[in-house]
Design a protein around this ligand. Sequence first.
Ligand SMILES: [Zn+2]
Length: 180
Amino acid sequence: MKDMEKQKTLLKIQELEETISPLKFEQQLDNEYEKFKAKTWDRKRAAKAELTRGIDRLIDIVKSPPDSTPFIAMGDGKFGIKRGPTFTDKFAKALYTRSQGAGVRMHYVSEFKTSMLCCRCKSKTVKKGRQVLCKVGCQGAKRDRDDNASQNMANLTHHYVDNLEWPTEFQRPARLPAIN
Ligand SMILES: [Zn+2]
């Protein structure tokens, strides 16, 4: 009886050793890693394809009036404080390359005050969640925050192309030169 129990315990230990044998564990880890890599690769490829599709749609929209001069003005805002290239950088780079190929001009424009000032009357707006409210100039008109900023950037770009100057309301205050 004692011997049988001893045998059972030994078998259990053997089983346990097999389950946690370093080689087996390493193989299992390798398998999992391969699976993970394949998944990540698929996800990255899908994201890249989605980005390309988005950019192509954008270029098509910009190019649609045939007798126009297509121009993309992209805000110079940086999102996220992560080190290295952000999604915005990758998007901008891909869009720039695609624009060049399609004969579309693309430039960065300053976003300074574009989300704060009203795109209609340039007075200061009040933030209401995703919207901005123009109390003074536009009798309480509400606009989507991003629509307002984009419209401002489009207006500013048009203004710049026509007059070669950036309206003072949207100019970044000049920094004082550094001493030392
Ligand atoms: Zn307004």
